[in-house]
Design a binder for this molecule. Structure first.
Ligand SMILES: Cc1cc2nc3c(=O)[nH]c(=O)nc-3n(C[C@H](O)[C@H](O)[C@H](O)COP(=O)(O)O)c2cc1C
Length: 170
């Protein structure tokens, strides 16, 4: 059974709810998922896993959620060789269209720069925004979830199709 380390941070619980949904879905598919609130663990714990999912909402206009922000300087120094990771984040495309999902890009770029293998890029098609640090050409570096403007059912649908996409790559 493949093991996945799921590391998330959440201030108003949307990313936490998404992480719980993902854990349940992946466990139903036969994966062993160890879920960690990044506020409660050492950021170095990410390196205990070959397969990782990282979740971070964007806060304060283009910034990381507080708990991720606190560990970011140590995070960007880690050697991610041998780690495969998929990124997701919560954001608000209507309220913050120039910084939609920036946190995904802020975490994904140093991960790739330090040797990590990124999976789970997504189409921008389901969203309406102007700018994002998470943009990579015409793709997003991870899955965006907009609980502020979309129904929870729509978010779950996006998660299911994204998880089905990354499952085969772990
Ligand atoms: C003060 C404030 C600033 C925010 N800044 C951004 C932003 O720059 N980009 C974005 O996509 N979402 C932004 N958001 C929306 C949050 O990312 C969104 O509500 C998210 O679901 C919160 O996730 P959490 O509940 O896991 O903390 C902001 C929300 C607030 C209240």
């Amino acid at each position: 059974m493949k093991k996945i380390g799921l590391f998330w941070g959440s201030t108003s619980d949307n990313t936490k709810i998404a992480s719980e949904f993902m854990q349940e879905y992946l466990e139903d598919k036969g994966f062993e998922v160890e879920s960690h609130d990044i506020g409660d663990v050492d950021v170095e714990d990410i390196l205990n896993y070959e397969n990782v999912i990282i979740g971070c909402p964007t806060w304060n206009i283009g910034e990381l959620q507080d708990d991720w922000d606190s560990v970011f300087m140590r995070y960007e120094e880690l050697d991610f060789s041998g780690v495969t990771a998929a990124f997701f984040g919560c954001g608000d495309q209507t309220g913050y269209p120039d910084n939609f999902l920036d946190a995904i890009g802020i975490l994904a770029k140093p991960f790739m720069d330090k040797g990590g293998k990124l999976i789970g890029k997504c189409s921008t098609e389901p969203y309406d925004f102007r700018e994002s640090v998470a943009l990579d050409g015409d793709k997003l570096l991870g899955l965006g979830l907009d609980y502020d403007n979309d129904d929870e059912d729509d978010c779950e649908e996006l998660m299911v199709s994204w998880l089905d996409q990354i499952i085969g790559e772990f």
